[in-house]
Write a protein that binds this ligand. Sequence first.
Ligand SMILES: Cc1cc2nc3c(=O)[nH]c(=O)nc-3n(C[C@H](O)[C@H](O)[C@H](O)COP(=O)(O)OP(=O)(O)OC[C@H]3O[C@@H](n4cnc5c(N)ncnc54)[C@H](O)[C@@H]3O)c2cc1C
Length: 382
Amino acid sequence: MSAPVVIVGTGLAGYNLAREFRKLDSETPLLLITADDGRSYSKPMLSTGFGKNKDADGLSMAEPGAMAEQLKAEVRTHTRISGIDPGHKRLWIGEEAVNYRDLILAWGAETVRVPVQGDAADLIFPINDLEDYARFRAAAVGKRRVLLLGAGLIGCEFANDLSLGGYEVELVAPCEQVMPTLLHPAAAAAVQAGLESLGARFHLGPVLNRLQKVADGLEAHLSDGQVIACDLVVSAVGLRPRIDLAAAAGLVANRGVVVDRHLKTSHANIYALGDCAEVDGLNLLYVMPLMSCARALAQTLAGNPTAVSYGAMPITVKTPVCPLVVSPPPRGSEGVWSVEGLGADIKALCRDAQGNLLGYALTGTAVMEKLALNKELPALLA
Ligand SMILES: Cc1cc2nc3c(=O)[nH]c(=O)nc-3n(C[C@H](O)[C@H](O)[C@H](O)COP(=O)(O)OP(=O)(O)OC[C@H]3O[C@@H](n4cnc5c(N)ncnc54)[C@H](O)[C@@H]3O)c2cc1C
């Protein structure tokens, strides 16, 4: 039998690529390999599970067996690839070698871990996949107070969702505002005020130094001397594309695995997409770019070389207490911000010297203007 097309990863990138590929080619053997349980789920839903009252099983959309049937593929679960040998077109699973016709890396990003002292440091929960979420849900039963590390998009979404779920939320992050890399300060203030209206308390500036077990839970010691009593700690301090195995195999990696507009790495017959990929310099950890990549790469793998392009890709942040849509200005662009609105309803626009719209942040009722504004936004990869 000819060597299969092998996809590493059954996240949204891996499964969507497989689906798009099967629309074009129903014959070529297809093998998906994943370190996790291989269930199909939508990762963005992980930060809505408490508000929607859904546990991990409730968020799962299909078992790996059903996916295998649907995709006419083999799906190997709980299987971690340990190396790539591009010269021989094979990969390693421990001692086992698997040959490929084409190899696609869709192995995502890993959670950044912050160094924390104390006898409860290993009780910090990252939530970056369905299994993480199941572990956290199990640990949260009967608990009340959650300390959240990180004030980025994911930290804010969890703050909203856990508050809706009835938890008392304290959020700690060493930045001056929420979503510092993404959001104009006026919009950030609106989102923070919304989350505070749900009862969330913010500690912006310090970091968590030490986490200690005490009689009735945990004690979090912050770098500014504050001590916060809590029952659980969730870490949402950031994600880093997985590049180690690629770099060890000699593939060019930067922030992510470096690929061109055809999603091709520095080596023949190896491609990457999703959170692990840096596409023509852009490593975007969102679903929209990954879907565009899946469609283009499926064409290429089916024998019709196709470059990916990105239009404007605004991000809808799931903080229902203060709706937020944001489209950061493209890299390298220079613009000036103007802010209209008050309180929860902020319209912050970034324009270049000619008056062209480069980016925006819309909160509250201002999000209704997004469709009109989207038409003016520049493409991210023209
Ligand atoms: C809480 C949360 C909320 C989000 N909300 C949004 C949102 O609202 N909108 C949006 O656009 N984006 C959102 N995102 C981001 C979005 O979910 C991701 O960009 C997307 O899911 C990434 O998919 P992926 O397939 O690249 O990676 P992943 O889903 O991380 O999949 C990686 C796969 O690779 C496997 N793997 C890793 N290493 C190995 C190995 N060595 N061997 C075998 N298998 C391996 C894993 O087991 C897994 O199957 C959110 C993310 C989080 C965490």
